[in-house]
Design a protein around this ligand. Structure first.
Ligand code: 0X9
Ligand code: ZN
Length: 427
């Protein structure tokens, strides 16, 4: 009887939280769709003047009529924000009523021993854990995995990449994958770990990964923004940028800091903005380190992949202009095939296309920069989901999110190998 009573109370509490009709004690995520220009302006105002964090779009500049906005609202500003929306008849509903619970759930088991079995890859991990994992992975696979120190972050944390080499063919080409440019996109570092583990575990057992690793070395940078990532684990789960200090605000958006039409429309020169481009291109040690490495390996690296979330998209250059890349049709075809595979094997839909046309103009991105450097196959992945959980994707979603991205990565890498194969020598 007592158990039933507790169950009843808990069930109703959940409903109350979901509908939002109760005293809010949790941080929430609201989905809001402005339908008039006036509502757009009010929403821009709310997202900049109150203590909220825009999840989608990334900056208030992109808020427009009839397009969903996802807004993270801390418990203490919840009633003010909701009152304001109601007063102006702005349609909204609670997307996540229990953000704090989800955050807590994501951090659980985060610090257990990396040797503790297969579920390691089905959880999110703190930065310390990831460093530990990097060392163990290299130690346990000395013939295949090498640690490369690319540089260090603003707060002097090491930027480690792993180089996967499964054979030493002469003139071997390579691909690059980076994860965790944006601190709050936790599924991204989880993917890098997943990819390395899969490569080590399935080489010789899966023909696709075998042929990829036979033909290419793979550089994997699991966390490009370690300071930001650490900060999301310790202080603010919603942090996006790195942690460099300018006059009055902290952080540069590393994906606006590369030298690709730097700081034009789609980036901000305001240090407090979430899309702040920094003082000059590669002003940040993190982007500079990656750019230096790629510059010195541009003759071997044929494929550049950078992993983000959320919104389920596969993007390619350009994002800084609406102009088409020179091999646009190639890139389009590859993205189409990769997203088709995701739909076929995982029943999930990914949008694809050039960045500027598919989401928004956004200059200074690593993908466009790598492309202009000469890495003609360059893609940005936006992993799961489409907004149900957003950045707070529960750990139980990690396997599917990573496996579907993996099938897309394999499809693209195999295509690159095929397209760049030297023609047979004629005698
Ligand atoms: O705006 C971004 O940096 C990326 N989206 S996110 O929500 N993960 O922040 C998209 C990047 C697309 N590529 C470029 N803008 N170059
Ligand atoms: Zn991102």
């Amino acid at each position: 009887m007592k158990t039933l009573l507790i169950l009843f109370v808990l069930m109703n509490l959940d409903t109350l939280l979901k509908t939002g009709h109760c005293i809010v004690t949790q941080d929430q995520v609201l989905s809001i769709t402005p339908t008039t220009q006036e509502q757009v302006d009010i929403l821009k105002n709310v997202s900049t003047q109150y203590e909220t964090v825009l999840w989608q779009p990334v900056s208030h500049h992109y808020i427009k009529e009839d397009t969903q906005v996802h807004l993270f609202v801390p418990a203490n500003s919840s009633s003010t924000v909701k009152d304001l929306l109601q007063r102006h008849s702005i349609t909204h509903h609670v997307l996540l009523a229990n953000a704090n619970e989800l955050i807590e759930m994501q951090m659980r088991n985060g610090s257990t021993d990396p040797r503790s079995g297969s579920t390691y890859y089905e959880r999110y991990h703190s930065l310390g854990d990831i460093y530990h994992w990097i060392n163990r992975t290299a130690q346990e696979n000395p013939d295949k995995v090498k640690i490369i120190l690319l540089g260090s972050s603003y707060e002097k944390r090491p930027l480690y990449a792993l180089k996967l080499t499964f054979n030493d063919r002469p003139n071997k080409k390579a691909m690059w994958i980076d994860c965790g440019i944006h601190a709050r996109e936790w599924i991204s570092p989880a993917f890098c770990l997943w990819f390395v583990q899969y490569s080590l575990g399935f080489y010789t057992f899966n023909s696709d990964i075998t042929s990829i690793l036979d033909n290419m070395d793979v550089y994997v940078l699991p966390v490009m923004n370690p300071d930001g990532y650490h900060y999301t684990w310790t202080s603010n789960r919603m942090w996006r940028k790195n942690r460099s200090v300018s006059n009055n605000c902290i952080g540069v958006d590393l994906n606006r800091n590369f030298d690709a039409n730097w700081c034009t429309e789609g980036a901000s020169d305001q240090p407090c903005s979430d899309i702040y481009c920094g003082a000059f291109p590669e002003s940040e040690p993190e982007s500079e380190a990656v750019a230096n490495f790629l510059r010195s390996h541009k003759d071997t690296v044929q494929l550049y992949l950078t992993i983000h979330s959320y919104s389920q998209m596969l993007l390619f250059p350009y994002s800084y202009t609406f102009d088409e890349a020179e091999n646009h049709n190639d890139l389009l075809e590859m993205a189409q095939e990769a997203t088709r595979k995701i739909r076929r094997y995982y029943q999930n839909t990914y949008k694809y296309g050039s960045g500027a046309k598919t989401i928004y103009l956004a200059p200074g991105g690593s993908d466009d920069w790598a492309y202009n450097l000469g890495i003609k196959y360059s893609f940005t992945f936006e992993l799961q989901d489409r907004g149900r959980y957003g950045f707070l994707l529960p750990p139980s979603f990690i396997p599917k999110a990573c496996n579907e991205a993996l099938i897309a990565v394999k499809t693209i890498a195999l295509k690159v190998i095929e397209k760049t194969k030297a023609p047979p020598q004629t005698v």
